[in-house]
Design a protein around this ligand. Sequence first.
Ligand SMILES: Nc1nc2c(ncn2[C@@H]2O[C@H](COP(=O)(O)OP(=O)(O)OP(=O)(O)O)[C@@H](O)[C@H]2O)c(=O)[nH]1
Length: 325
Amino acid sequence: MNTDSIFTTDLFLLDNPNDLISIDKWQKTVNLLAELFEAPAGFLVQYTKEGFQVTISSEQETNPYPSGIVIDPQANIFCRKIVETGEALYVNNAMLDPCWDTNPEVHNDGFRSYLGVPVFWPCGSAFGTFCVMDYQETDYKKSYIELITQLKELLESDLALIGSYAQMQQLAITDPLCNVNNRRGFNILAEQRIKLAKRTGGLLCLLYLDIDQFKCVNDKFGHGVGDAVLQSVAQVLSDTVREADVVGRLGGDEFVALIALDNMSGLANIKQRLTDAFEKVQNASSIPKVTVSIGSTFITESEDISDLLDAADRDMLDKKRGLAR
Ligand SMILES: Nc1nc2c(ncn2[C@@H]2O[C@H](COP(=O)(O)OP(=O)(O)OP(=O)(O)O)[C@@H](O)[C@H]2O)c(=O)[nH]1
């Protein structure tokens, strides 16, 4: 599973704190780094499109950059080089290399030496850097690079924890066969969407879909083919509604979608689009042809999600009986 899609790596952690991260522990690690290197400044820096944010800054009077400051993403700072290359960087005397002529850390703040290593999110994308800076030229031994690498692995293990937790949360709300929300996930997301629509006055409609005579598909072609039919229904439903709409599989051959509509007459249109899309996909593939009964209900102020599901289910059953007649 791609953790990139599960948790956000493009927002600053300081602005979006995560309960799994102990900033206190990270602070101690950065302080320890500066102490072990006898350096006047040590940092954990996060990179996003917005720039480089000092997430943690060693607590020393000699350190000019406090936690929270954001440096322009285009600035020619040492950390930028690490994010661009994905590799450790050791500059023992920046005055000797013209590539740092425009580095504000060197020319505005007087730093001469930098040692930093890349820090990665569990998905492999760059979180940022873990680094020390010194106002004097340095001559760090190889073992120092091993030391900073060991310390940054402590930070990465916390980032991995965020990844595993997000992955577990995702698994708990996802239907493994059809890769859409399961009942729990659908209810959580639908409730959020309904609350939002009540505040903004948007029109929402709940669709309830049930495959007709699905048992016969299993009986005639086997469960593997039945599974493929379920997957294709989930795919068509997800592809037909908007990305912001919520799709779920309640279980068996029952699917739901909470969709935003511009007006009530849009409902007939979306049902027709769904019916056409199911037919088109089935004509183009080798899976058995099935029809789908679609019930619906508009969202009203008073009802909760289980009442709404009941109402849409009843409407679907009415449609199915009409179909049987
Ligand atoms: N292949 C497959 N079948 C499933 C799965 N979950 C439930 N089913 C089957 O889906 C069928 C649903 O049958 P019913 O609820 O009787 O519905 P139906 O045959 O579609 O009949 P109507 O709803 O009246 O049209 C049952 O045979 C279940 O065994 C699954 O994950 N995979």
